[in-house]
Design a protein. Structure first.
Length: 306
C-alpha cells in the first residue's frame, strides 16, 4: 500500500535542531509503517544535499517528496523541485514534517507542528497549489537565483539571520532573538530605491520584507495579509528608526503590528531593491548574498500536501 502520489522520499538532515531531527526519525518511520505508507529515507550530509536529493528523485520518476526538519530543509527541497521557474515534474507533491528546531512555513497552512502528527498527515490525497518566491541576488561578482516558499528579507533581517547562524545551536529558537540583539546596535540603515511592478519609490529604511507566507523567526506573524496562492508578494518596508524593530516585536508575534506609520505596505509580483549600501539577504532563514536584488512570484509551481 502507498500514497496516491506514490512511495514517499523522506529527505531529512539528522543533525538539524542539535540532532532532534535524527531523534524524531524512528518515530516518523514507525508512523509511516503503521499507516501502510511505502517510503525511503535520504539522510542529508552537507548543505545543498536536500536540493540534490529532491532533483534526483524527481528525475528518477519519484513524485512524493517529504521535507523533514525546519524551514531550511523545506527551502532546499523546493529548490530541488524547480528549474528555470518551472516544476521539474508537474505532478510532484511536497509534504512537510516539522521537526527539529521547528518550521514557520507550516503555520500558514495550519499543518501539524508535531512530527508524529505531521507524519500521519502525509496520508490521503489533499493538495493545494501554492506560489513560490524567486530572488535574484548578488554573490561576489556573480548574480545568483534562489527560490523561497516562505519569506525573504533584505537589510536588518538578513544581517540578523547571518549573525544567528554563527551562534550555538544550544540556543534553539532563541538563537534568532539573540542574533537580533547582537546585530541591532551596529546596523546602518540606507537609502533604498525600490521598484514595485514599475512604480518607483525611495526611502531611508533598515529592512525590506518580501513575503509569500505569513510567519518567520520562530513564530512571528510578520505578514498577516499574505496569501500563498494569490500571485503576489506582500512587501513591508521599515522606514522608521531602528528602535521600531524591537518596540513592535510583541505585536509582530500576534500579527497586530499593521498598519504602522513607519511600515510601508506594498503588494507586487516583482520588486527590485537597490539600497545605497549593500544589504544582506536571507530567504527562509538561509543566508544568501547581498543587494541589489530582484524578488518575483512564480505562480503555483508547487503542489503542497495539506
Amino acid at each position: 500500500m502507498t500514497s496516491p502520489f506514490g512511495p514517499l522520499v523522506v529527505i531529512a538532515n539528522p543533525r538539524s535542531g542539535r540532532g532532534r531531527v535524527g531523534a524524531e526519525l524512528p518515530k516518523i518511520e514507525r508512523t509511516l509503517r503503521d499507516g501502510g505508507l511505502d517510503y525511503r529515507i535520504v539522510q542529508t550530509t552537507h548543505p545543498g544535499h536536500a536540493t540534490e536529493a529532491a532533483r534526483d528523485a524527481l528525475r528518477g520518476s519519484e513524485r512524493y517528496l517529504v521535507a523533514v526538519g525546519g524551514d531550511g530543509t523545506v527551502h532546499e527541497v523546493v529548490n530541488g523541485m524547480l528549474q528555470d521557474d518551472q516544476p521539474i515534474a508537474e505532478d510532484a507533491v511536497l509534504g512537510v514534517v516539522a521537526a527539529g528546531s521547528g518550521c514557520d512555513f507550516v503555520k500558514s497552512f495550519n499543518l501539524p507542528g508535531d512530527a508524529v502528527q505531521a507524519a500521519r498527515h502525509l496520508a490521503g490525497d489533499g493538495v493545494r497549489r501554492i506560489d513560490v518566491g524567486k530572488v535574484t541576488f548578488t554573490a561576489g561578482a556573480a548574480e545568483m537565483i534562489r527560490y523561497f516558499p516562505n519569506i525573504a528579507e533584505a537589510g536588518l533581517g538578513g544581517a540578523v539571520v547571518a549573525r544567528a547562524s554563527r551562534l550555538s545551536g544550544i540556543l534553539g529558537p532563541a538563537r534568532y532573538l539573540c542574533g537580533f540583539w547582537l546585530t541591532l546596535p551596529g546596523f546602518r540603515p540606507a537609502v533604498v530605491r525600490l521598484d514595485a511592478d514599475g512604480q518607483a519609490f525611495e526611502w531611508r529604511a533598515h529592512n525590506v520584507v518580501v513575503a509569500n507566507c505569513r510567519f518567520y523567526g520562530a513564530g512571528m506573524q510578520i505578514s498577516p495579509k499574505s496569501k500563498p496562492d494569490d500571485g503576489a508578494l506582500e512587501v513591508l518596508v521599515m522606514v522608521g528608526p531602528k528602535s521600531d524593530a524591537f518596540t513592535t516585536l510583541p505585536k509582530v508575534y500576534k500579527g497586530t503590528h499593521l498598519p504602522h506609520r513607519n511600515i510601508v505596505e506594498l503588494r507586487a509580483s516583482r520588486v527590485r531593491v537597490e539600497p545605497d549600501l549593500p544589504f544582506r539577504i536571507e530567504a527562509d532563514g538561509e543566508t544568501l548574498g547581498t543587494t541589489p536584488a530582484t524578488f518575483e512570484v512564480i505562480r503555483k509551481p508547487i503542489r503542497l500536501k495539506v
